[in-house]
Write a protein that binds this ligand. Structure first.
Ligand code: UD1
Length: 421
């Protein structure tokens, strides 16, 4: 078992480059399937979710390579419409492949997505949209099969702006001749990036970033070479570590506009953050104030991915902060470890109240999901002494060389192999 050993406290300094966006690249890897040719994606993060997504492509018949941040996908060979359960279970967002399979093979069979650590993973909104486009769906206890021999574009109103469902419909509709409109679409920046990628493939897509996306598909998508946007949660994680510890950082290759809701909360807490065109300069010199209240909502609201990060920050402020989680049900799983570190956190249903303390102490903790793992690591970097994190494969799902990159800005972190008793 690999363990992350974190030696605190940390005073950050220097500069760091943000990785390419996990949540943008995964749907693009899926979208490569609609182009029966070659897709090149640049600025791809070297994270296990990307490797697992590429393994899914290999399983269905694509030729794939990934070196130096560049993914090359050749999907010109015949594609299988079946994704086995073991491949589906590896990544949380695996249902994102279904729109592409329906487009390319006119059918798919996948296992039921089930739940994951942050909550249930229903796919009813995706399936309602596929049905509206003319697909027939058959659901058993273990599998979902969908056939769409005569799909036709139409208007689709999502009952909730689901990110995954919006992306699935965009990918599918990009291969359908005619106009599809997604109403009440998700507005996340990653949706805009997918729009640009699908447009480079030959589809005409507009409106991403607003609630109505219009897609005029093409039946002959072309080869493309596309550079993935920066990861806004990676950027937020550097700011979090700095807010928990102290010092100053220059965060390069980030797009601050994509995480303004988080930046504005940190500024309200007293962080000094300057936004520049291609970088963010941030500094934490004294204690922060934590009298803030956030509710997670779809973009441009406060992101669910950032609330675990904020919880670690609030533990070390003066005041009481409130966090209400509205998107996923189990996203406060890091609270137990933070409480063992000395944090004062109370949870009632979907709301956590966090009263700041002077300092946190080091403990051994277990990561329960990707973002809470990063949030715990940030808190541990600030705590004086040696902390340990287990289950760090969750961090590897979304962060490229987490230990190495934080070492380069002043943290002392090592990964060690521990023989299980
Ligand atoms: C979610 C986040 C997204 C984040 C991503 C990665 C939101 C709205 N979405 O996207 O910002 O980048 O995680 O962590 O914050 N739902 C249904 N039926 C469906 C699909 C979803 O009921 O068919 C519900 C989910 O249970 C959840 C909500 O809708 O409560 C948001 O789901 P969705 O946006 O689809 O999740 P992701 O695509 O994972």
């Amino acid at each position: 078992m690999e363990v992350m050993k974190i030696y605190g406290p940390t005073r950050f300094s220097g500069s760091v480059d943000v990785q390419g966006s996990k949540n943008a690249v995964l749907p693009m890897i899926a979208a490569a399937v609609i182009n029966a040719g070659v897709t090149v994606l640049r600025n791809c993060p070297d994270i296990s979710d990307v490797h697992d997504a590429l393994d899914i492509l290999k399983t269905i018949g694509c030729d794939v390579s990934f070196t130096g941040g560049v993914v090359r996908i050749d999907s010109s060979a015949p594609i299988s419409s079946y994704i086995p359960e073991c491949a589906m279970r590896r990544i949380r967002a695996s249902f994102i492949f279904t729109g592409a399979l329906l487009a390319r093979c006119k059918e798919f069979t996948v296992s039921q997505p089930g739940g994951c650590n942050i909550g249930l993973r229903p796919v009813d909104i995706h399936l309602e949209a596929f049905k509206k486009l003319g697909a027939n769906i058959c659901i058993s206890a273990s599998e979902i099969t969908c056939k769409g021999a005569s799909l036709a574009p139409c208007d689709i109103t999502l009952r909730f702006p689901s990110v995954g469902a919006t992306e699935n419909v965009m990918i599918l509709a990009s291969s359908l001749k005619g106009t599809t409109r997604i109403i009440n679409a998700a507005r996340e920046p990653e949706i805009e990036d997918l729009q640009y990628m699908l447009t480079s493939m030959g589809a005409k897509v507009s409106g991403a970033g607003s609630s109505v996306i219009v897609i005029n598909g093409t039946d002959s998508p072309v080869n493309l070479d596309y550079t993935v946007m920066p990861d806004r949660v990676d950027t937020a994680t550097y700011l979090t570590a700095l807010a928990c510890g102290g010092g100053s950082l220059t965060i390069n290759k980030s797009n601050a506009k994509h995480l303004l809701s988080y930046i504005n909360i940190l500024k309200k807490c007293g962080m000094d953050i300057e936004l520049h065109d291609d970088c963010i300069k941030a500094c934490k010199s004294g204690r922060l104030h934590g009298n803030v209240s956030v509710t997670t909502t779809p973009y441009p609201g406060f992101a669910t991915d950032m609330q675990s990060l904020l919880m670690s920050v609030l533990c070390l402020t003066d005041g009481i902060g409130l966090i209400k989680e509205n998107i996923f049900e189990n996203r406060f799983c890091l609270a137990d470890t933070l409480i063992r570190m000395g944090a004062d956190i109370r949870i009632y249903r979907r709301t956590a109240s966090v009263r700041g303390v002077r300092a946190l102490k080091p403990v051994c903790g277990c990561v329960c999901d990707l973002r809470s793992g990063a949030a715990l690591a940030a808190a541990m970097m600030s705590a004086e002494g040696i902390s340990e994190l287990t289950n760090i494969h969750y961090i590897d799902r979304g962060y490229e060389d987490f230990a190495g990159k934080y070492q380069s800005i002043g943290a002392k972190i090592e990964r060690i192999e521990r023989i299980d008793a």
